[in-house]
Ligand binder design. Structure first.
Ligand code: NAG
Length: 340
């Protein structure tokens, strides 16, 4: 399986989205060369660039049902999109409310409310067509629809069939299946997500799909919640899927306090989730962390990996091309540090 993680990091209500690509296994770099104090070689960033970065653009999901546009809920401002794209960001998550898009009168797998769909489509098209960004469609319902937990996967998958068809031709749309399920077994949430994935692919839609787990899809509880075990069987016929995890940085991980636990709490809370997706990530992180700190210090002039050579065979640290184990495991992770 190849997953990437989309991490929605939030600090005291201010949201920031990034994608963390899954790392590959690794061992350790060997020789580190100290930079002369007069060197002016440029310093690189810490690793590969993210593909998706941006913000959540809330407003369409605000919970007065059904509510009136402009009074109870609103759609994101194009000027806000412009602002962040001007900063180099490219991805915007658009929360909306299921009860407005598919009114309870017709049901979860019923027809869409055309005015609400139109409002959603307008801002999505602005992001994707006008600006060339990515728009993440986010039913912001916590797996609850019209006051009850969504338990009918035929209906849930039917909803996603309809939404995928509505955005079938827009390759810059990303499907985020459900915001923050909670108080449901991980295996139950997984079954719903898998059903929706399968239904979306039947429509012919090939866009990136993001699944979320139970326990508010928390990164720091990804293992303890059961999500890790449940989602191990996740399959996508189009092989274009990622797990979205959320992480607040206050003491109880709820985002209700403006006080962060520590300056390293973000990395620490994501570490367990990173590790479970790839047990060898710890080694890769050790390497890239070392290389990153070397670049930042400004005192190192280079590094050489131990080791290539024709007689290593299958030794795990062999980086001898073409098939030394470290060629596939280590090399991709250290290439970003080869040039500035
Ligand atoms: C909606 O889902 C139900 C299953 O609960 C199914 O019987 C029905 O045919 C679906 N309706 C549509 C329009 O797909």
């Amino acid at each position: 399986m190849k997953f990437s993680i989309l991490a929605c990091l939030a600090l005291a209500g201010t949201a920031l989205s990034t994608v963390v690509e899954r790392a590959t296994p690794a061992e350790e770099p060997a020789e580190l060369l100290k930079r002369s104090s007069t060197s002016t070689a440029p310093r690189a960033k810490c690793g590969t660039a993210f593909k998706y970065t941006g913000v959540n653009e809330a407003g369409g999901e605000v919970h007065v049902i059904p509510g009136t546009l402009g009074t109870d809920y609103t759609w994101p401002s194009p000027s806000s999109i412009d602002y962040f794209m001007g900063k180099g960001m490219n991805t915007f998550r658009i929360p909306f409310l299921l009860e407005r898009l598919v009114p309870p009168a017709t049901g979860l797998n019923g027809t869409f409310n055309s005015a609400y769909l139109s409002g959603l489509t307008t801002i999505v098209n602005y992001i994707t067509n006008t600006k060339g960004g990515y728009a993440v469609l986010d039913p912001h319902n916590f797996m609850i629809y019209n006051g009850a937990t969504i338990s009918d996967n035929t209906k849930f998958a039917g909803f996603w069939t309809n939404l995928a068809k509505a955005f079938l031709s827009n390759s810059r749309v990303i499907f985020d299946l459900m915001n923050e399920p909670h108080d449901i077994a991980a295996s139950t949430v997984f079954a719903s997500m898998q059903a929706a994935v399968n239904a979306i692919r039947v429509t012919g839609a090939t866009q990136l799909i993001l699944v979320e787990g139970t326990s508010w899809t928390g990164a720091w509880t990804w293992v303890s919640s059961g999500n890790s075990a449940a989602f191990a069987g996740l399959k996508d016929p189009a092989n274009n899927i990622a797990i979205e995890m959320h992480q607040y940085l206050d003491s109880d991980g709820s985002g209700t306090s403006a006080t962060c636990v520590s300056s390293t709490i973000g990395a620490e809370r994501l570490a367990a989730a990173t590790l479970v997706l790839d047990p060898n990530t710890q080694c890769i992180s050790a390497i890239t962390g070392a290389l990153c700190s070397m670049q930042q210090s400004g005192v190192w002039i280079g590094w050489l990996f131990w080791s290539a050579g024709p007689w290593w065979g299958t030794y795990f640290q062999s980086i001898e091309p073409p098939s030394g184990p470290a060629v596939s495991s280590v090399l991709p992770a250290i290439l970003p540090y080869v040039t500035a």
